[in-house]
Design a protein around this ligand. Structure first.
Ligand SMILES: NC(=O)c1ccc[n+]([C@@H]2O[C@H](COP(=O)([O-])OP(=O)(O)OC[C@H]3O[C@@H](n4cnc5c(N)ncnc54)[C@H](OP(=O)(O)O)[C@@H]3O)[C@@H](O)[C@H]2O)c1
Length: 259
């Protein structure tokens, strides 16, 4: 068997359909491009239409198949609409990546119910609802991949983890519960755990050069993360290659968590 054919059997996403929430920016944008270039037809879900259209336009210009759905994952109705409209683009998905997230982290004493509810809805409830929307179908067809994006704060308190850390810790538990339910039917459920990646999400921290340098120094690789650092791990977790990997948290953090 040639190396090209062997690699394709392991990693090609040709013929697969993927839905990536938050795929119009940052880490999700990097994952969207990776899945599309590996052969998947990708539907990107977020709120802002201009960013969505730009993302899909760039992918199509590179010869990829992509579509977008504008929806607010901060409401159950928005998630329902997103779930149905995303499946209408290329058919029911084989791969779901839950990357949309919000990072509202007031000091614990000032953390009010609004911040708590928004955080839990976007970061945790939407992934649960989308899993419920697509997971049983994946299980029925005998193949599926669910990938959640969590955080260092799922594992340790760090720069005012607040409700954000709670939502990400629960998201890792959700991955394990989903893995327990659907892995016997070919649906693996895992999480990718970033370190610090300079994106619009953490603009406040990114604009402080000293803190950025201090965070880079805490890694083993010696730099902070880039969106493209997630490409290989995302394709692996979305592909046939990872069929015996489920319920796991894969740290893509340059060694940050073990330093
Ligand atoms: N950057 C880091 O250092 C870091 C570290 C650990 C974990 N993470 C996690 O990685 C994921 C991606 O973060 P990022 O840094 O790449 O952030 P980002 O660049 O700000 O991207 C966030 C994405 O989520 C979408 N989104 C946010 N709220 C939404 C809503 N209510 N409905 C629909 N879409 C929504 C955004 O699009 P719209 O605004 O247009 O809706 C955007 O596409 C998040 O889950 C985050 O918690 C990031």
């Amino acid at each position: 068997m040639t190396s090209q054919k062997y690699l394709s059997e392991l990693f090609s996403l040709e013929g697969r359909v993927a839905v990536v929430t938050g795929g119009s920016s940052g880490i999700g944008r990097g994952i969207t491009e990776a899945l599309a270039r590996a052969g998947a037809s990708v539907v990107v879900v977020a709120r802002r239409e201009a960013e969505l259209a730009r993302t899909v336009g760039e992918l199509e210009a590179a010869g990829c198949r992509a579509a977008w759905v504008s929806a607010d994952l901060g409401t159950s109705e928005g998630v329902r609409v997103a779930g149905d409209e995303a499946a209408a683009a290329f058919g029911e998905p084989d791969i779901l990546v839950n990357c949309a997230g919000v990072n509202l982290r007031p000091p614990m004493s000032e953390l009010d119910e609004d911040v708590w509810d928004t955080t839990m809805t976007v970061n945790l409830k939407a992934p649960y609802l989308l899993g419920r929307r697509y997971g049983p179908g994946m299980a029925g067809r005998g193949f599926g991949r669910i990938i959640h994006i969590t955080s260092q704060q799922a594992h340790r308190a760090f720069v005012q983890s607040g409700a954000y850390g709670v939502s990400k810790g629960a998201l890792e538990s959700l991955a394990r519960s989903q893995a327990e339910a659907w892995s016997p039917h070919g649906v693996t459920c895992n999480t990718l755990v970033p370190g610090f990646v300079m994106t619009p999400l953490n603009q406040r921290l990114s604009s402080d050069p000293e803190r950025v340098a201090a965070l880079a120094a805490r890694t083993m690789v010696g730099r902070n993360g880039l969106a493209e650092d997630f490409a290989g791990a995302a394709v692996f977790l979305a592909s046939a290659a990872s069929s015996y990997v489920t319920g796991q948290s894969l740290f893509v953090d340059g060694g940050f968590s073990v330093h």
